[in-house]
Design a protein around this ligand. Structure first.
Ligand code: G3H
Ligand code: ZN
Length: 275
């Protein structure tokens, strides 16, 4: 199937799971899970993960090839990019969706830089997610921070972004799924911002919280840390069971399978909330 795009995946007002990968095995697991669940999915690579790999092209090219060979629609997305040169590189490599993260900037500067990125990305047919204020952990996705509804509406109008990351109670890199989301705020933001809303830090949100957020209007559900917990847990157990193990396939294959099983389960939770 050809590489998919965000308007197609989010069509009919559906919510979509967006899973971060660092290792190729996790990208493979996400695509396997989407095929098993027979649903579309977003495979995303953050600027931090790009830095870990020492550049965008190798990892994102692998993701693009995986997407093209999938039997379900897969979108590849550059996540949390603060570096505009990296976004331009993503556009040149054919990445169909990017997040420009100007949340660390002063509000006026964030609007100006985001609007500029939107113009370049739209000229290339690429979808842009952006963040207003900060959503904590990597800035403002912290429990006490909330996106203001009027600010969100004005930001979307001023920048022309296609989707908005909002602060509604989640936080990046949580290891427990205990975050409590403000569903009333999600509803108000969905109504006023009038673009798909993105939930960052969804690893810290329970199944019921994800379901409630989607029913309130959340559309892109970003999950990263939770997959790292699953992957590393299996690797740790495998190595503890057999100290003589050296072939990485022996511990990564079961870890990849465990990630695929969990992503499949989460995709089912996300689809249920979309109905
Ligand atoms: O942009 C990526 C997500 O917000 C992932 O956050 O690692 O806390 O699930 P998480
Ligand atoms: Zn995030």
């Amino acid at each position: 199937m050809p590489l998919s795009n965000m308007p197609y995946l989010l069509g009919a007002n559906r919510a979509v799971g967006a899973f971060n990968f660092i290792q190729l095995e996790v990208a493979e697991a996400v695509v396997m899970a989407a095929e098993r669940a027979n649903t579309g999915v977003i495979l995303q690579l953050s600027q931090n993960a790009v830095a870990y790999h020492g550049g965008l092209a190798p990892a994102v090219s692998a993701a693009l090839r995986l997407a093209e060979s999938a039997t379900v629609p897969v979108v590849v997305h550059l996540d949390h990019a603060t570096d505009e040169a990296l976004i331009d590189e993503a556009l040149a490599l054919g990445v169909p969706s990017v997040m420009y993260d100007g949340a660390h900037l002063a509000d006026d500067e964030n609007v100006a830089r985001t609007a500029d990125v939107v113009q370049r990305a739209h000229a290339a047919g690429v979808w842009v997610e952006a963040e207003l204020g900060e959503v904590g952990g990597k800035g403002a996705h912290v429990p006490g921070v909330r996106t203001n509804v009027d600010d969100a509406r004005d930001f979307v109008r001023a920048t022309g972004v296609d989707a908005l990351a909002v602060a509604v109670g989640s936080e990046h890199a949580m290891r427990e799924r205990t975050a409590m989301l403000d569903e009333q705020l999600i509803s108000a933001l969905a109504r006023e911002a009038a673009v798909p809303l993105v939930l960052h830090g969804s690893s810290g949100v329970s199944d019921a919280g994800i379901d409630g957020a989607i029913r309130a209007g959340m559309r892109k559900i970003n999950i990263g840390t939770h997959l790292n917990i699953v992957l590393t847990g299996v690797v740790r157990r495998q190595l503890a069971q057999d100290a003589s193990m050296v072939d990485p396939r022996l511990y990564l294959a079961p870890a990849r399978e465990a990630v695929a099983t969990e992503v499949h389960r989460l995709l089912d939770v996300i689809s249920k909330g979309s109905k």
